[in-house]
Design a protein around this ligand. Structure first.
Ligand code: S3P
Length: 170
C-alpha cells in the first residue's frame, strides 16, 4: 500500500506527507528530495544548468525506478510531475493518488517570499500561478484517484480525509 500526493507548488504535499506517514507508520519520500540527493544539486541549479526538460526526465526516471520497490510509503511528487504524458499512469501503478486541491489565493499566501521554485521566479507571480494552475488543474484531476481540498483545513482534518479515502483503519 502506498499513498501518492500530487498538487500545485505550495499545496502542502511535503508537510502533510510527513505527518501522514508518521500517523500511519509509513516511510515518507519526496521526488524533489530524491533528485536533489542523487544529483547533489538543488532543483534551482538543475533548472539553471541543465534546463527544465532534463529535470522532467529525472522526475520520470525517479518514479519509474520506484515501481515494485516501494511499500507502505507516502510519496510526495513535484508539482509538475503529473503533467508529463505517461507519468499519471506510473503514479497510479505506484499507489492511491490523492490530489491536494488548493486555491490560487492560498498558494500565493504560502509561497510569498519563496525563492526555491524556478517556474515562479521573477515578476508577475500571481499571473504565473494563475496560468499554470488553469493549465494543470484538469490534469491533476485526471491523474488522481481522489481529491482533497486543503484550503482552511488543518493537517489533522486532511489526514483523516485521506485515511477514509484510502480505507486504512485509523
Ligand atoms: C515544480 C514544482 C516543484 C519542483 C520544481 C518544479 C513544478 O516542486 O519540482 O520547482 O513544475 O510545479 P513542489 O511542487 O514540491 O514545489
Amino acid at each position: 500500500m502506498n499513498i501518492i500526493l500530487i498538487g500545485f507548488m505550495g499545496c502542502g504535499k511535503s508537510s502533510l506527507g510527513i505527518r501522514l506517514a508518521k500517523k500511519l507508520g509509513y516511510e515518507f519520500c519526496d521526488t524533489d528530495q530524491m533528485i536533489e540527493k542523487e544529483s547533489e544539486k538543488t532543483i534551482r541549479t538543475i533548472f539553471e544548468n541543465e534546463g527544465e526538460e532534463y529535470f522532467r526526465n529525472l522526475e520520470t526516471s525517479t518514479i519509474s525506478n520506484l515501481i515494485g520497490n516501494m511499500n507502505n510509503s507516502v510519496l510526495s511528487v513535484g508539482g509538475g510531475l503529473p503533467i508529463r504524458k505517461g507519468n499519471g499512469d506510473l503514479l497510479k501503478q505506484l499507489g492511491h493518488v490523492i490530489y491536494l486541491k488548493t486555491s490560487k489565493e492560498t498558494i500565493l499566501k504560502r509561497l510569498s517570499g519563496d525563492k526555491t521554485r524556478p517556474l515562479l521566479s521573477g515578476d508577475n507571480k500571481e499571473e504565473k500561478v494563475e496560468d499554470l494552475l488553469n493549465l494543470r488543474e484538469p490534469i491533476y484531476e485526471m491523474a488522481a484517484n481522489d481529491i482533497v481540498i486543503t484550503d482552511n483545513k488543518s493537517f489533522d482534518d486532511m489526514i483523516s480525509d485521506i485515511i477514509k479515502l484510502v480505507n486504512i483503519p485509523e
